[in-house]
Ligand binder design. Structure first.
Ligand code: ATP
Length: 284
């Protein structure tokens, strides 16, 4: 095999809780992440040496500042092989949106190169490599639904929910993550969410969608609150900001309602997608 196309899926947060600030400066998180059907496509082509990256988004870096490039560097170093790769990323996942677009690209490059070069690493080893690139990368390698703790790198798989429809809407605002993490208020909704997921209780999941960062970010960007209200008026059973934002997600029982709501959001020029939850690809 000389080349491979890998899909690189976005994640959404069903919950996000910040428990405390740690002595190492990181925040102790407790959150539930879920892979969804929105994806970038990454073509990886084996070459003799060097890493060359291009993407359809001209403003993204194409050197080691691109996390997909850094993932390839790390793979070759860890595998101790001399080889190269041409990476071509077709981005659809909105950038800096709270959807783990970059982390997912890194995970896809690690997994894809591992396939191209003959499964040098086990999935567990790939996750350990991924952790060096970013706390969300191990989750993106396995996907599905998982409780994530520590900085986000400690994963406990949760049962797959029945396929559930979400509407994703990203308004054109920039969120400063540092400012968001500065002022927090923790809560305990994640445990309730876990039992709703275990019971396959979609309505229970919808009413427990929760993100502690939203309390700060929505104050700074009232558009986030407005999109949440609109999603509920348009039929969502629950709505919340994903990750560090500004993207808002809404859980819809009915795909048609979600598509109707999408058409309303598109008129406002938001990046909008109707997606569904995906099951876990591998064992963590
Ligand atoms: P997370 O949910 O993990 O916090 P995010 O969705 O908020 O991630 P990303 O889309 O990963 O944010 O982008 C964060 C930054 O990373 C951007 O400013 C971007 O310039 C940079 N970046 C580097 N490589 C990539 C990549 N392959 N795709 C997207 N962004 C990248």
């Amino acid at each position: 095999m000389n080349q491979i196309d890998v899909t690189s899926n976005a994640k959404i947060n069903l919950t996000l809780d910040v428990l405390k600030k740690r002595e190492d400066g990181y925040h102790e998180l407790k959150m539930i992440m879920q892979t969804v059907s929105l994806y970038d496509i990454i073509n990886l082509r084996k070459t003799d040496s060097g890493i060359f990256l291009k993407t359809n988004l001209k403003y993204l870096p194409t050197d080691s500042r691109n996390i997909a490039y850094a993932a390839a560097q790390l793979f070759f170093t860890a595998a101790e092989i001399s080889g190269g790769v041409d990476i071509n990323i077709k981005k659809t996942i909105p950038v800096a949106a709270g959807l783990a677009g970059g982390s997912s690209n890194a995970a896809a490059v690690l997994t894809g190169l591992n396939t191209l070069y003959g499964k040098i690493f086990s999935e567990k080893e790939l996750c350990l490599l991924g952790e060096k690139l970013g706390s969300d990368v191990p989750f993106c390698i396995a996907g599905g639904c998982a409780l994530s703790t520590g900085r986000g790198e400690i994963l406990t798989p949760l049962p797959d929910m029945p396929t559930t429809t979400f509407l994703i809407a990203k308004p054109p605002v920039r969120v400063s993550t540092a400012a968001v993490y500065g002022s927090l208020r923790a809560d305990k909704l994640t445990d309730g969410m876990i039992s709703a997921i275990q019971k396959h209780d979609q309505s229970g999941v919808a009413v427990r969608l929760f993100n502690v960062l939203e309390t700060v970010t929505a104050k700074e960007h009232p558009i986030i609150k407005k999109i949440k209200q609109d999603m509920i008026e348009l039929g969502a059973l629950g709505s919340v900001m994903s990750g560090s934002g500004p993207t808002v997600i809404g859980l819809f029982k009915d795909k048609k309602l979600a598509n109707d709501a999408k058409n309303v959001m598109l008129k406002r020029r938001f990046d909008t997608f109707v997606v569904h939850t995906l099951k876990r690809k591998t064992e963590i």
